[in-house]
Design a binder for this molecule. Structure first.
Ligand code: FAD
Ligand code: NAI
Length: 473
């Protein structure tokens, strides 16, 4: 290991700035490697966006609202008669209880791996030095051999639309509305818009999504995105595509939103109770003192890195504050690989095999290239497709919507991409990632025994479909 545990006068071997998924994972891995480690967090709670205002609370509400919706709309079909009543306050409390419990888990892991938690906002103060502004107003100076910047991201603003977290909210506000809005307008048909739109739709709001592009879920395979749009429309979510929001004005009775069609320039005014702005996120570098180590963010605000190293010696950066998909598992993998690299081990992240999931119902999951990208590359390919309506487990659970598409190279059967929309597909996209990491081809997937009856058999059948021998369709 190039970096042996503390053998200089520095206070720490590694100081991680930020305790989100990227930061806490980096700190824990450094502790496991025996490095003297601290993690500085400005928020009073550990866990960053994902734990406190992101993945975890949103999935908690998605799960709870789905149960409510199933009880209202699907239970009767299973022979169960109920008359569910919504208790929004309890739904919010159980969400927070899960967040709190997982936060305690991070504290436990910090203790277990001897990571010191430093409470306060960090500012670089030249090479190897960090100044911490404590919550009680005091300041501390820390010296360290390595700094890992993991300061994450914040919601991107939209000109003409001012967030007040009451009538006009971002994702943080939309995770804690105290009552169900009658009409909710969502700006942006990406992951946040579709997931939080699903939550409030299931709880009774009229939901309309305004999207700049002519399709939803930028980056997804077209076949999957258009199927997802149709399924959400069936659930009552309305879409206004190719539309730009010009302005939103909050008033006592609600919000007036001015929109303009990008097709014909026609303008319209929409009256709603609440607006959710979900037009992407931007990297957060706040008052981080980057200039004191001669670091300059790129033109989109990301800290430039090469294999997690910045151009400043001993300063590394990971997660949402660096380029690439803004995903928790990307930040987590970078946390491990960065610390292993700075410790002289062979840290590595395979950016071609980072899965994407949208936790709507049914779920969307994919990894690798979309069919459009494969087509554009000119590489010869075949597609195997299998519908969940022919999958026994999905059928018996009344979840027959959706399908799997396996895109395979014609010459060597390499898996180029897998795209799924269907029940719980998030749970087996990892299987595809593993197959791709080990260079398994679509025939390996097709010939691997899968348990019956499971939804994952749909994936296997789609892989069989690449060569036209799916046995269940
Ligand atoms: P963050 O989690 O943003 O953490 C950064 C931390 O650094 C924060 O705690 C911040 O307080 C701290 N910090 C910043 N500056 C300083 C400073 N100067 N000093 C001290 N501390 C500082 N991703 C998924 O993969 N799956 C999902 O299901 C998913 N759902 C999401 C749902 C929502 C509503 C949102 C908003 C995001 C979701 N994401 C999801 C994205 C995911 O949350 C992020 O990709 C992930 O949190 C990035 O982790 P990070 O460690 O880079 O940064
Ligand atoms: P996003 O990038 O997923 O989607 C933003 C959408 O807003 C895009 O479709 C874009 O075309 C549209 N848009 C941008 N400007 C617009 C405008 N002026 N008017 C109308 N539409 C406009 O961003 P989102 O949903 O805010 O999520 C932020 C990040 O958080 C994403 O990068 C995502 O990776 C992460 N996230 C991941 C989740 C998951 O993995 N399940 C869940 C939630 C968030």
């Amino acid at each position: 290991m190039a970096l042996s545990p503390s053998n200089t006068d520095a206070d720490y071997d590694v100081v991680v700035i930020g305790s989100g998924v990227g930061g806490y994972t980096a700190a824990i891995r450094a502790g496991q490697l025996g490095l003297k480690t601290a993690c500085i967090e400005g928020n009073s709670v550990l866990g960053g966006t994902c734990l406190n205002v992101g993945c975890i609370p949103s999935k908690a509400l998605l799960h709870a609202s789905e149960l409510f919706d199933l009880a209202r709309t699907k239970f009767e079909g299973f022979g169960i008669k109920v008359d569910p009543k919504l208790d929004l306050a309890t739904m919010m409390d159980q969400k927070q209880a899960s967040v709190d419990a997982l936060g305690h888990g991070i504290k436990f892991l910090f203790r277990k791996y001897k990571v010191s938690r430093i409470d306060g906002w960090a500012r670089l103060d030249g090479p190897g030095r960090i100044e911490v502004r404590k919550s009680d107003g005091g300041k501390a100076q820390i010296t360290t051999r390595h700094v890992v910047i993991a300061t994450g991201s914040v919601p991107a603003p939209l000109p003409g639309v001012t967030i007040d977290q009451a009538r006009i909210v971002d994702s943080t506000g939309a995770l804690k509305l105290s009552k169900i809005p009658k009409r909710l307008l969502i700006i942006g048909a990406g992951s946040i818009g579709l997931e939080l739109g699903s939550v409030w739709r299931r709880l009774g709001a009229e939901v309309e999504v305004v999207e700049f592009l002519d399709h939803i879920i930028p980056g997804a395979d077209t076949a999957i995105a258009s199927a997802c749009q149709k399924m959400l429309e069936k659930q009552g979510v309305a879409f206004r595509l190719s539309t730009r929001v010009l302005e939103a004005t909050a008033h006592d009775a609600g919000v007036s939103v001015e929109v303009e069609s990008l097709k014909d320039g026609v303008k319209a005014s929409i009256e709603v109770d609440v607006v959710l702005v979900s037009v992407g996120r931007r990297p957060f570098v706040g008052d981080l003192g980057l200039e004191t180590v001669n670091l300059v963010p790129d033109n989109r605000g990301f800290i430039p890195t090469q294999n997690f190293a910045t151009s400043a010696p001993g300063i590394w950066a990971i997660g949402d504050v660096t380029a690439g998909p803004m995903l928790a598992h990307k930040a987590e993998d970078e946390g491990v690989a960065c610390v292993e690299t700075l410790a002289g081990l062979a840290g590595h992240v395979d950016y071609d095999i980072i899965p994407s999931v949208i936790y709507t119902s049914p779920e969307v999951a994919w990894v690798g290239l979309t069919e459009e990208q494969v087509k554009a590359s000119g590489h010869p390919y075949k597609v195997g497709r299998f519908p969940f309506s022919a999958n026994s487990r999905a059928k018996l659970q009344h979840e027959g919507e959706g399908f799997v598409r396996v895109i395979s190279s014609t010459d060597d059967y390499r898996i180029l991409g897998v795209h799924m929309i269907g029940p719980q597909v998030s749970e087996f996209i990892g299987e595809v990632c593993l197959a791709m990491e080990f260079h398994a081809d679509s025939e390996d997937l097709a010939r691997t025994c899968h348990p019956h009856p499971t939804r994952s058999e749909a994936l296997r059948q789609a892989a069989m479909g690449v060569d036209g021998w799916a046995t269940q369709t």
